[in-house]
Design a protein around this ligand. Sequence first.
Ligand code: PMP
Length: 412
Amino acid sequence: MKLYEFTKSYELFDEAQKYVPGGIYGPRTPRFLTFGSYPAFIKRGEGCRVWDVDGNEYIDYMCSFGTNLLGLKNPKVEAAVAEQMKNADCFTLPSDLWLPLAKKMTATVQGGDWCVFGKNGSDVTSYSIAVARVATGKWEVILARGSYHGSHAWCQPHGAGIPEEWKAHVHYIDYNDPASLKNAVEANKGNIAAIMLTPHRHDAFIDQELPTKEFVSAVNSLAKSEGFKVIIDDVRCGFRLNLSGSAKWYGYDADLQCFGKAMANGYPIAVAMGKKELMEAATKVYFTGTHFFSGVPFAAALAAIEENRASGVIEKIAAMGSKLMKGLADAASAAGMAVRLTGLPAMPYMNFENDTPHEKNRYFCGEAARRGIFFHPHHNWFVCAALTDADLGKTLDVAAECFRLTKVKFGG
Ligand code: PMP
């Protein structure tokens, strides 16, 4: 097969650097991928596929970093969007879909008695921390080392331009380690507002890890006995594992839950939800944004959640993801390569054995991209409901070839 070329992508990327710092920033830059083996810009998408600016076609296992759940241009979602667009999108006041979505969300998510809407995951993770602080009158916050909760100053993993003291109230534990949690609670006794956790450990670069029963129960019981709030950051997993929320799925007794990404199948909206007893504290936290109130994403969210439920999306992506994981494991072992497939099937990740720092993975994923399969060497992948068995077949054929090439280049 003819390998993809990215002439236009990299011409545009070079030119973009004159107009945009770094050309493309954050994890969307081709520098976070295998530089030179991936496109830089996407022209269009449909279902589980995207086409880059050079016309190359991909089966996309990044799903727009998790927003694409039902398939790009899902007809039900697009119809709801078109309907709202007849009335226009952004008004002086919220649209008439504000209340319907709040009702839909509270009926859907277990333990979510109220909603506060923003645009990005970072909006609602930051907001939830503030609500917990108001409710408890405490400042300290516990996070798991390496977990990502957004780009805002208090939690972003990078430091440039951010005074150290802005992160002064944040303390880190090791995910899945009750002893580490107990130590952090002891060290900050009486002063803790909240612990924020992703439902399972889906940090970049590392094997994905599901929470142990012991860890979940230590979180729940310490929160109760010490009086701090449990915030589950479901921005990435939400609507992929369980429609009632990943907190319920794993058994966390969440006081606050955050969603974004997949909730409107790519339209920009995020939501913080909380227990009834936090509603008064929630009203005290200042939270707004010019675009928070635009109607189209509300229409998209209403349609996406309904479609998720009606067409059994969660079961479907779990089944397809299981086939993908098994197929990759088989293809790797047939090529004599040892890999670790971790995480849940709806959002798996693959690492190679003896591969620091991810050279085999960067090579494997880059070669796959040049053959039309968009994996990511550093970040967990996503399965969307538009993926078919034929797409999986093509994926595994390409993977078999890329495992063979990786073996030739690096040995077993
Ligand atoms: N929390 C988690 C778990 C995330 O994965 C992300 C985004 N990758 C965020 C928060 C921040 O969301 P956003 O980029 O929409 O601000």
